[in-house]
Write a protein that binds this ligand. Structure first.
Ligand SMILES: CN1CCCC[C@@H]1Cn1ccc2ccc(-c3n[nH]c(N)c3C#N)cc21
Length: 237
């Protein structure tokens, strides 16, 4: 997978040189290129913003540098983090992980001139996405989150691909609580069932824990959970 990230703060993406994403870059699974938007400015001050038409607070990112930057990186699927975007989900992460070329446009200030998105949409798929119902300074942090959610789904990145099937949001439920040694810690014990060695009972316990956690913390996910899956789980466990 090729990824191009365009930002006025390219150093924000230093974390993408670390851990499993850094390894994916080193092994060629991920071809990640970070670009400074100011590369495509032509004035001495390398200006990327200007006052908004119609008045209002703040500044808007100028279309010219963005247009040249997007021309330079070529066509792919353009992802534009934005507070007005579609909420980003695990399903979106899977969809993006199946693509060959992702381009991320990191806005700042009050946002990017709308004509940049409209112009790009005339020649490639454009996805405006939001991380959640809160306001960030810009798109960079959202891109780091999306990059982690997508990269971990790429074949060869996670040592144990099986873990993808049971994790939260992949199976449609929140994960059960996890425990490790010691068996007793500050007078708190690991649930006996997890030390029983009875894998059928352990699976049922974990499913019950997932269901109760999801029901109490994410009733929206419960509403979307296919009821026939609940029956299957009971029979399997
Ligand atoms: C504050 N400032 C004036 C009001 C409008 C937004 C602006 C800041 N800002 C500029 C570009 C940009 C991109 C994404 C986000 C963003 N916020 N919250 C999310 N879930 C986001 C995503 N994904 C914020 C951004």
């Amino acid at each position: 997978m090729r990824v191009d990230i365009i930002s006025i703060f390219p150093d924000y993406f230093a974390p993408l040189e670390l851990s499993l994403i850094g390894k994916a870059r080193g092994t060629g699974i991920l071809d990640l290129n970070v670009h400074d938007l100011r590369t495509w400015t032509s004035d001495v001050h390398r200006t990327v913003d200007d006052t908004p038409y119609g008045g209002g607070p703040g500044m808007v990112m100028r279309p010219e540098p963005w247009g040249q930057a997007l021309d330079a990186v070529g066509d792919g699927t353009l992802i534009v983090p934005s507070p007005v975007g579609k909420p980003f989900t695990q399903a979106d992460a899977y969809a993006l992980a199946a693509l060959d070329h992702l381009i991320f446009a990191c806005g700042r200030y009050e946002g990017i001139d709308q004509r940049v998105i409209d112009d790009a949409a005339s020649r490639m798929p454009v996805r405006e996405v939001s991380l959640g119902d809160y306001v960030l300074f810009g798109g960079e942090v959202a891109v780091i989150v999306i990059m982690e959610a997508v990269t971990r789904l790429l074949p060869g990145v996670l040592g144990n691909a099986d873990s993808l099937t049971e994790e939260s949001h992949a199976a449609g439920l929140l994960e059960a609580p996890v425990y490790t040694k010691p068996a007793s810690w500050r007078s708190r014990e690991v649930p006996d069932i997890l030390r029983s060695g009875d894998h059928g009972k352990i699976a049922r316990w974990r499913r019950d824990q997932s269901l109760s956690r999801t029901a109490s913390r994410r009733p929206d996910m419960m509403a979307a959970y296919p009821l026939d899956q609940l029956d299957k789980a009971d029979k399997k466990a």
